[in-house]
Unconditional design. Sequence first.
Length: 183
Amino acid sequence: MTAAIQRARELAVQASSSTLTENERSLLQEEYSRILQGIRRTIQQTTYNNRRILEGENLVVQTGPNEGQNITLNIPDLRETLSKLFETDISRDSQQALRTIDQVLEEVSQTRGNIGAWMNRLEASARNVLNAYSELFRSESVFEPAAEKAMMEQIRNELLRQVTITGLLYRMENSRNVLNLLM
């Protein structure tokens, strides 16, 4: 999306040239409109678990084994952000279009940054759970044989958490795909 918006900006810069004819400007506007249609389609078709995540969906992701250990990913509704672009006409007022495009690029970049930060937090949470499992496994040899059954139950629970983390990592990969779409 960022690349498409940057291309739209290039078209607006070209349209600002006084050496272009009306026909050339209308051709630039036509390409600009097609780019925006592609962006709109990307927003509509980007889903995760049948949820359109670029349309303002808030996702709550559990990051630990206990209640309340989660983060909320607030992805803004990019339809609203990008609607400003649909209101611009580069063939008539290219300078206003450039200001609008720059503003939209800033907002999309901020969204990309937020998604990157959330991914880092999720990766850190996954590492913490894996470290806890590793420490638990190392301490197994310290316990007496009578406590072996309790330890095995704890290891079983930790393995279940690890499976949850694997699912979380899968979700993070999908978040990376969203981040790549925004680039």
